[in-house]
Design a protein around this ligand. Structure first.
Ligand code: ZN
Length: 682
C-alpha cells in the first residue's frame, strides 16, 4: 500500500541521499580527537590527484562488501542499520509494555502484528479476497472509475494516474488538487520501451512475476497468463505517454492549470467534478495537471481497452499494493522479482522491514520516542548555529559573484534569508487521530494507517497551507530542500558521524554536515529551485542576462558529469543529476569558506599528518564511500537524480581551487582541471 500520495509534482530535493556543512561562528564544544579520519580506511598508494575517492576510501571500499541482505553499503547505510536497530528496540519495548498510552499501544501492537508471520501466513490472500471479487465485476468505464476511486480512498494506492492535494506552485498559500502521470509498476518508463539486454531481462522477469502473483491470488495458469499480458499491455501504453524524468524536471512544463469543469473538454470520459468529489477532495474549482497529453491517453484508453483487461489491471494494482503485507509466498515472490532488478541476495529480515514500515507509517509516534531516547538536544542547538553560519557565508558569496547583476543579487539574498529551517524533529507531533492497531490483524493495521494518510492529504483542501509540516521522520538518515516552502530539513538521524560529531574537529564536521547544509541551501538556487521565489512560488525573479549566464554555467556542469561513467561504460546523466550536482558543488564550496573562518583552519595544525584543509576534503570524500551491486547501480543511473558516490566525492573538488592547494595537485594528475575549466556558480 502506498501511504503517501504524491501531492507535489516537483519532488523535494533530498540529500541522498546527501550531506552538508556547518558554519563560521566559533561554537564551543568538547574536543576529543578520535580517528575521525582513519588512515586505515584510505589507500595511500593512490595519488589524491588521480582518484581522490580511492585515496580517501580505497581500503574501506575493499574491506566493506555489500552485505547479502543489502543492495549497497556506505556511510548512509551504516547509519540506517544502526537506526533500524534502535527502532527495533523501541518497538519491542512498546510491544511488551502493559501499562501504556495510546501511542505506545498502537506502535507496539502494529509491530507485534507484523512480526506474527504464522498468523499472516494462515490468512494467505484472504485479506484482499473480497476486494478482488468486487474488481471482477467491473464492466464499464464508470465501473472502472468507481474502482479507481475506491482503491484510492481505501488506502490501496493511486491506480492509473496520481492524485493528491498540495500547495499551488504559483500561489503557495493555497492548496490545490493535482493529477499526475503514473499507472506503471517498473521503476522507469525505459524498462517498458527499450530493447537493451537489461530492459528486456527485467521486462521478461516482470511478466513471469505477474503470472506468479496472479496465480498466488487464486487464478489458474491460463487466466494468470492472460492477466499478465493485459497488465503489460496497459502499462506499456501508459509508459509511452509519460514524460521522461528529465522532462519532468521543468517545473513550468509540468504546471498546467485547468478549471475543474473545463478539464472535461480534453478528457471527456472523466467527469472531474464528480471524480474529485468521490475522491473526497472538496471545494476545488481548479486543478493542476502535470502532463495533459498523458491524461488524454488515459481518457482514450478508458474506452478502447476491453473491460476484461481493465479487471486484470485493477486486480494487479490491488495485489501489488497488498503483497508486502500478505503471506510469505507473496513476500517471497516480490523479493525474487526485486532481486532481478537490484541484485539483492537475501531478503531483509522481517524485524527490519517492520521497523522501516512503522517509521514510514507512524513516523511521529515512534519518532517521539526515538528523539527522547537517542537524540541530544545540544546537537539541535549546534545545528541551528551552523545553519546560520552557512547562510551568512552563502550571502557573502552571493554579494561577491562576478557574473550576477545587483538586481538579481537582491532577490537571491531575499530568498536565501527567507529559508526556513526544520531541524531534528517537528515542532508539533502528529497524533494520527483515528488510526487503530490490533495485535492480530496486520493487514487491517496497514490499511488503517494508509487511509489516514490519504485522508490527511485530501482533507487539507481549503485549509491554510501548513508550512511547519516536516517531510521526513526524525530517524531518517537524509536531508531535504522543499522549493514550495523554501525550507530545509535535517532530521535527527543525520546528525551523527560521519556527518557530525561533537568530538570531531571542525574540519570533519564542516566537510560533513556543513557541506550537507550548504548542499540543501544550494537546492534553492539549482536548475529547478532557482525558478521559485522567497515564498516558494514558481515565479521568475532573474534578469534575462543573469538567467542566461546561470544556464551557461550549469551547462558546463552537465558536460562534466556526462563525461563520467559507471560500470565501465554507462554514462552519468548530466541533465537528470544536474540539481544534485549543483548542490554538491555549491554546498562544498560554501562549507569550505565557512571552515576558513574557524580557529582550526587559522592555526593550521596537523592531526595525524593531515592539515586542516586536507581533513576537510577527506571528510567530504568519506561521507560518499560506498559499495553497490552492479544491478542496483544500473537501476539508479536511470532513476536517481543523484550521481554515484564516487563521483559525488570527486567531481565537485575538481572545481575548487583549495582542493588543488591542499593536496598539491599537479597538471599531470588525472583529475586535474586547468583553472579556466573549473566551474564556479555559487
Ligand atoms: Zn540534494
Amino acid at each position: 500500500m502506498k501511504i503517501r500520495s504524491t501531492s507535489q509534482l516537483l519532488a523535494t530535493s533530498l540529500l541522498l541521499i546527501g550531506s552538508y556543512a556547518i558554519a563560521n561562528t566559533p561554537i564551543s564544544k568538547p574536543k576529543e580527537i578520535k580517528k575521525y579520519i582513519n588512515k586505515s580506511n584510505m589507500d595511500l598508494s593512490v595519488k589524491p590527484g588521480n582518484n581522490f575517492y580511492n585515496y580517501a576510501n580505497g581500503n574501506w571500499v575493499k574491506n566493506n562488501p555489500v552485505p547479502a541482505s543489502k543492495t549497497r553499503w556506505g556511510s548512509f547505510d551504516e547509519l540506517r542499520e544502526e537506526s533500524s536497530k534502535r527502532l527495533q528496540t523501541l518497538l519491542e519495548d512498546a510491544a511488551k509494555n502493559t501499562s501504556r498510552g495510546r501511542k505506545t499501544q498502537v506502535i507496539g501492537d502494529f509491530y507485534s502484528s507484523g512480526m506474527d508471520s504464522a498468523a499472516i501466513d494462515a490468512k494467505g490472500y484472504q485479506p484482499i479476497k473480497a476486494d478482488l471479487d468486487r474488481l471482477n465485476t467491473v464492466n464499464s468505464t464508470s465501473d472502472l472509475l468507481r474502482e479507481v476511486i475506491n482503491l484510492r480512498v481505501n488506502g490501496m494506492g493511486s491506480v492509473l494516474f496520481g492524485t493528491g492535494v498540495g500547495p499551488d506552485r504559483k500561489n503557495v498559500t493555497k492548496y490545490i488538487p493535482s493529477v499526475n502521470q503514473g499507472g506503471t509498476s517498473l521503476p522507469d518508463r525505459d524498462y517498458y520501451l527499450k530493447d537493451d539486454t537489461r530492459s528486456t531481462t527485467i521486462r521478461n522477469a516482470y511478466k513471469v512475476h505477474l503470472q506468479k502473483m496472479f496465480a498466488l491470488a487464486g487464478e489458474n495458469a491460463a487466466t494468470a497468463s492472460a492477466s499478465a499480458s493485459a497488465v503489460l499491455k496497459i502499462e506499456t501504453a501508459l509508459a509511452k505517454a509519460q514524460m521522461s524524468r528529465i522532462e519532468m524536471r521543468n517545473p513550468n512544463a509540468t504546471y498546467n492549470k485547468f478549471a475543474v469543469k473545463n478539464f472535461n473538454d480534453s478528457t471527456p470520459n472523466i467527469d472531474w467534478v464528480k471524480f474529485l468529489k468521490d475522491c473526497k477532495i472538496e471545494g476545488a474549482d481548479s486543478m493542476l495537471v502535470s502532463n495533459p497529453s498523458f491524461m488524454k491517453k488515459v481518457n482514450e484508453m478508458l474506452v478502447s481497452v476491453p473491460a476484461t483487461e481493465w479487471r486484470s489491471y485493477l486486480r494487479w494494482n490491488l495485489i501489488k499494493s497488498a503483497a508486502p503485507y500478505l503471506s510469505s509466498d507473496f513476500v517471497k515472490a516480490d523479493f525474487e522479482f526485486n532481486s532481478v532488478q537490484t541484485g539483492q541476495k537475501v531478503q531483509t529480515p522481517r524485524w527490519q522491514r517492520m521497523s522501516s514500515l512503522i517509521d514510514r507509517m507512524l513516523g511521529d509516534m515512534v519518532g517521539e520516542l526515538y528523539v527522547e531516547k537517542y537524540f541530544k538536544p545540544e546537537a539541535k542547538e549546534y545545528m541551528v548555529k551552523l545553519v546560520d553560519n552557512l547562510q551568512s557565508t552563502f550571502a557573502e558569496r552571493i554579494k561577491r559573484l562576478d557574473w550576477m547583476s545587483a538586481e538579481t543579487k537582491t532577490k537571491a539574498l531575499e530568498k536565501l534569508n527567507a529559508i526556513a529551517k526544520k531541524i531534528a524533529y517537528p515542532d508539533k507531533w502528529r497524533e494520527y487521530e483515528g488510526i487503530t492497531a490490533s495485535k492480530d490483524n496486520f493487514y487491517a493495521n496497514v490499511r488503517s494507517a494508509s487511509v489516514w494518510f490519504y485522508n490527511n492529504n485530501v482533507t487539507r483542501m481549503g485549509k491554510p497551507v501548513d508550512r511547519k509540516e516536516m517531510g521526513m521522520t526524525p530517524p531518517t538518515i537524509n536531508a531535504s530542500y522543499n522549493p514550495s516552502n523554501n525550507d530545509i530539513t535535517f532530521p535527527a538521524g543525520i546528525l551523527q558521524f560521519p556527518f557530525f560529531d561533537f568530538g570531531a574537529d571542525d574540519a570533519v564536521n564542516y566537510g560533513g554536515i556543513a557541506a550537507v547544509i550548504g548542499h540543501e541551501m544550494t537546492h534553492g538556487f539549482d536548475d529547478q529551485g532557482r525558478q521559485f521565489d522567497a515564498v516558494g512560488n514558481l515565479k521568475d525573479w532573474w534578469t534575462k542576462p543573469d538567467a542566461d549566464k546561470f544556464k551557461g554555467k550549469a551547462n558546463e556542469v552537465i558536460q562534466q558529469y556526462n563525461a563520467l561513467t559507471v560500470l565501465d561504460t554507462v554514462h552519468v546523466k548530466g541533465e537528470l543529476t544536474l540539481g544534485e550536482n549543483l548542490a554538491d558543488l555549491g554546498g562544498l564550496s560554501m562549507a569550505y569558506e565557512a571552515f576558513t573562518k574557524t580557529e582550526q583552519f587559522k592555526k593550521g595544525k596537523k592531526i595525524d599528518g593531515f592539515t586542516p584543509q586536507q581533513r576537510f576534503f577527506l571528510s567530504w570524500a568519506q561521507i560518499w564511500r560506498n559499495n553497490i551491486l552492479p544491478e542496483s547501480a544500473a537501476q539508479l543511473i536511470l532513476t536517481d537524480p543523484h550521481s554515484p558516490g564516487e563521483h559525488r566525492a570527486n567531481a565537485p573538488v575538481t572545481n575548487i581551487d583549495a582542493w588543488y592547494d591542499a593536496f598539491n595537485i599537479k597538471a599531470s594528475d588525472q583529475m586535474y582541471k586547468p583553472k579556466d575549466q573549473r566551474t564556479r556558480i555559487w
